[in-house]
Design a protein around this ligand. Structure first.
Ligand SMILES: Nc1ncnc2c1ncn2[C@@H]1O[C@H](COP(=O)(O)OP(=O)(O)OP(=O)(O)O)[C@@H](O)[C@H]1O
Ligand SMILES: [Mg+2]
Length: 355
């Protein structure tokens, strides 16, 4: 009887050992498989990150200093005087598409940092957000503009999530703390985001809420308690840029900002932008080509694009010069319309070129 019992114990032990051994080796081979696939992904990512195409002319021609911003003397002056000195203001830049609003906003903070009495520190951040694609969710989960709390229920795993602790996530307004938040196309923000932004401008901080937060919970780290108690810091200056008319922007926002206006660009301005763009191409242009293209470009972006297309057309035909033929082809294929003011101001137009 005893030996039968011992025999069955032995069989059981052997089965148990075999089972655990099988499980361990299964897990090992799964891990190996995972590691292999992570390695493949990492290698693929490395390969991809080594591929770089050349910089488009629109990038190369982006103004690198205020001297390179053409035709916006008053607008640039208004922008700089609002942001410089000891009391920088919030700013909205209005103006048609492609006239240098984004270009100017990107340069403004560096200029203001050098002004007398500025509160911006040398390393003050400039945070740019494209308002047309900023993520928005009515429940404020993952609000990348204002900040959010990742509640454990949405958060799933994660260092704090598994302990049932709500995790504060800072948004762009906190990343811009002490510097400038540039909201490009600010007129496209959702009204709810606009209201939240106003509140942050008022308070200089973001107050977070979560039903998972309990101030007597000892598992919650001290810094999380601090954030729920005092809010995330968000003291910054706003620069918004928009192609919308001032009347389309909420009064509550307008009244908190200095309003700056950028002009539509004249034919002469466009010609200067084309001239600068041409310098970045290593290509010769026949006389009259720049003048001709400037009659058709509505804004700075069009101007640079036209130069790029004309150069492309010349290269396609193995030419080393851009002639009026390429320029005319660009205008025709791009379906550009002649500017209204090109019919009016004869003094800057060489009529013989237009025919
Ligand atoms: N005033 C200007 N002076 C020099 N270059 C300009 C000017 N305006 C536009 N450009 C050229 O056009 C490009 C686009 O300009 P930018 O992005 O600043 O326009 P924007 O006013 O912000 O337009 P949008 O409203 O469409 O965003 C610049 O990188 C530059 O090459
Ligand atoms: Mg812009």
């Amino acid at each position: 009887m005893n030996s039968i019992y011992m025999f069955s114990q032995l069989i059981l032990t052997i089965f148990a050992c075999a089972y655990f051994f099988m499980k361990i080796s299964q897990k090992r081979s799964l891990n190996n498989e995972k590691n292999e696939s992570y390695k493949d992904e990492a290698e693929r990512y490395n390969r991809l990150s080594k591929i770089h195409l050349t910089k488009p002319l629109t990038e190369k021609s982006r103004p690198k200093s205020f001297d390179e911003i053409v035709g916006q003397k008053d607008g640039v002056r208004a922008l700089l005087s609002a942001l410089s000195g000891n009391n920088p203001q919030h700013i909205i830049i209005y103006g048609p598409a492609g006239v240098g609003k984004t270009a100017a906003a990107r340069l403004a903070l560096e200029y203001a940092k050098k002004s007398k009495g500025t509160p911006f520190l040398p390393d003050a951040p400039f945070v740019e957000v494209d308002s047309t694609i900023v993520r928005f969710d009515e429940r404020s989960i993952a609000d990348s503009l204002i900040g959010s709390v990742h509640d454990p229920i949405y958060q799933g795993a994660g260092n704090l999530g598994v302990l049932g602790i709500p995790e504060p996530k800072e948004g762009a307004v906190t990343k811009a703390h002490g510097g400038v938040l540039f909201l490009d196309e600010i007129g496209e923000l959702h009204p709810m985001q606009m209201n939240k932004l106003l509140k942050v401008l008022e308070d200089g901080k973001v107050i977070l809420e979560s039903s998972y937060y309990n101030k007597s919970n000892k598992n919650i780290p001290l810094y999380v308690h601090e954030i729920f108690k005092n809010g995330l810091p968000a003291d910054f200056r706003l620069i918004g840029a928009t192609t919308r008319r001032p009347c389309e922007i909420p009064d509550a926002l307008r009244s908190r900002c200095v309003e700056v206006y950028f002009n539509a660009l004249s034919i002469t301005d466009i010609r200067n932008i084309i001239k600068n763009a041409v310098k970045n191409t290593n290509m010769e242009f026949d006389d009259g080509v720049l003048e001709y293209m400037s009659l058709y470009a509505k804004n700075g972006r069009d101007a640079v694009k036209m130069v790029e297309s004309a150069v492309g057309a010349a290269r396609l035909d193995n030419l080393y010069r851009v002639s009026l033929k390429e320029a005319k082809w660009v205008i025709k294929s791009g379906r550009y319309k002649r500017r209204q003011d090109a019919y009016k101001d004869d003094s800057i137009i060489n009529i013989s070129l237009i025919k």
